[in-house]
Design a protein around this ligand. Structure first.
Ligand code: HGY
Ligand code: MN
Ligand code: MN
Length: 437
């Protein structure tokens, strides 16, 4: 039974709400309804017959990019698909020499995903740009709507490929990363008609940016529990991700005595339970073994190899790194006790970031003007906004999730009313930034 988020009753119209409602003939939740309809439209492309999976540069991924580009062009944006398959649309400023405000999120998904992770932010930015274009409302800055091509790190085990490129943080070593089929990132790009040589030119510099704003689903239960449609993100947890291979000794399940085994899966299982126990020891600390496999395993073979992944996060890097070092020490103890070996390869490290107090308070004012109590909350999930930390001021607006806040699941759900409130808040914030510029 789906437990739907009940949107806060629509508040009194503010100047911006009257403008939006009048503009679109008084239809209720015009932005929200359009966002939900477009999210359904983008969800029609999937790599899998059951469920939504849209990973980097798959045919489904490229169809979604083409659809988003068409939506951006329809909104009057100067649009292109860049060298890492980000879809970039610019709503040009009144004057040529102007900074840019980035409104962005990602359009790739995890496997068997929900429809709103990433895409809510992309579509909110599109509908806000559509509205400004419809009004012919020019701003003193460019509005750059960006749909990042790869945030989840599913295919090449490295997240934020799209936002790294725009933030000038793309490490060319990533081009050698291989997917499960052995295809390198560079080859996948070339096959999709992209030129990795053009990636360095995508990097933005500080002087040309006014700020970065991302709308994203909360992916947790806080806003739902407190009956709030939106929240302002104060900080984003940092993460370390690793691929681990345990090597033991394969053997006959029927003839090797229990005391003489080097069972790789049993060693991995000990590690999984240790990660769970250790990462329960600090408030913002979490640890997950998301993948666990015995390659070429069989029911009657003692596992000689076991492959697993590790994802450790915390609100601050000291807490996270202390947990990672304890986990590495435990790996040494398990290896010695069981006569197995562990190979750990770190595949990603993203530091915890604090969002800009200036943009947070600008968002909080817009949230209050929309008649919603401003609620600041941390993000346990990673987001593209992290890549812009240190380059420009960043802020995120969370939108309530239903079904207990579940995400990375087809049960991910939001309401049109909440999406509408979020879009109006973003529009209000953009217009206030324009007035203040
Ligand atoms: O894993 C994350 O935090 C995000 O969904 N990529
Ligand atoms: Mn995600
Ligand atoms: Mn996301």
């Amino acid at each position: 039974m789906f437990e739907l988020a009940r949107a806060a009753p629509a508040k009194q119209c503010t100047h911006m709400m009257i403008e939006v409602t009048t503009e679109i003939g008084g239809e209720a939740c015009p932005f929200g309804k359009r966002i939900m309809e477009l999210a359904d439209r983008l969800a029609q492309w999937s790599e899998s017959p059951d469920g939504l999976s849209c990973t980097y540069l798959s045919p489904a991924h490229r169809s979604v990019a083409a659809e988003i580009a068409a939506l951006m062009r329809g909104a009057g944006l100067l649009t292109e698909i860049d060298a890492v398959a980000n879809v970039v649309g610019r709503y040009p400023a009144r004057g040529q020499a102007a900074p840019a405000l980035i409104l962005a999120s990602h359009y790739d998904t995890v496997r068997n995903a929900g429809k709103y992770d990433g895409r809510l932010g992309v579509l909110t930015a599109v509908v806000v740009a559509e509205h400004l274009n419809r009004l012919g409302r020019k701003l003193p800055f460019h509005l750059d709507v960006i749909a990042f091509s790869e945030e989840e790190g599913v295919r090449f085990s490295s997240s934020f490929l799209g936002s790294r490129a725009v933030a000038g943080r793309f490490d060319s070593e990533l081009l050698e990363r291989r997917d499960a089929g052995g295809v390198t990132l560079a080859a996948a790009m070339r096959e999709a008609g992209l030129d990795p040589g053009e990636i360095p030119a995508l990097g933005r510099c500080r002087e040309e940016l006014l700020g970065y704003l991302e709308v994203h689903i909360e992916q947790g239960p806080v806003l739902l529990d407190e009956g709030l449609p939106v929240g302002i993100v104060g900080a984003i947890a940092g993460s370390v991700r690793a691929m681990i291979t345990v090597t033991g000794t394969a053997g006959h399940a029927g003839t090797v005595p229990m005391g003489r085994r080097q069972d790789a899966a049993a060693a991995a299982a000990e590690l999984v339970l240790y990660v769970e126990k250790r990462c329960a020891q600090a408030p913002t600390l979490v640890g997950t073994v998301g993948q666990l496999a015995v390659p070429d395993g069989a029911i009657n073979i003692i596992p000689g190899r076991c492959e697993l992944t590790l994802d450790v996060r915390a609100g601050d890097d000291v807490t996270r790194d202390a947990a990672v070092s304890d986990i590495m020490a435990e790996i040494g103890r398990i290896a010695a006790r069981r006569g197995v070996s562990f190979d750990c390869k770190e595949v990603q490290r993203a530091g915890a970031v604090r969002c800009s107090p200036r943009l947070q308070s600008m968002l909080a004012d817009a949230v209050a003007r929309a008649g919603v109590k401003p609620r600041h909350l941390p993000s346990g999930a990673g987001h593209d906004a992290m890549m812009f930390d240190g380059l420009t001021d960043t802020a995120m607006l969370f939108v309530r999730c239903g079904n207990g806040g579940v995400s990375h699941s087809p049960r991910e759900i939001i309401t049109a009313e909440d999406a509408d409130i979020a879009a109006r808040i973003v529009l209000d914030a953009v217009l206030r930034l324009a007035e203040a510029s």
